[in-house]
Design a binder for this molecule. Sequence first.
Ligand SMILES: [Zn+2]
Length: 91
Amino acid sequence: MKDLNRSVSLICSICGNNQFSALGYDGEKFAKFSEAPYYKCYDCGRLISKKQLMGENQEVINANIEEIKNEAVDEMKKELQKLLGKIGKIQ
Ligand SMILES: [Zn+2]
């Protein structure tokens, strides 16, 4: 079976960029962020908590899960047909 692993890119809802730098928690500087870790958008510099980012990208994430599911089913079907083909030849 082929590798179905993939990474889901999260997208900044402000500028559409998908490059973020992950930041550790800095209580002094980022006291208003209660949910560490959080990310900084490379493009617009927006700071967003991981939870918030995931929330904004829920649709993208769900779409990816659906796609992976469909691909997995297709792969299983192909494997099964190959297997059934082999059994057919034996009989
Ligand atoms: Zn951005």
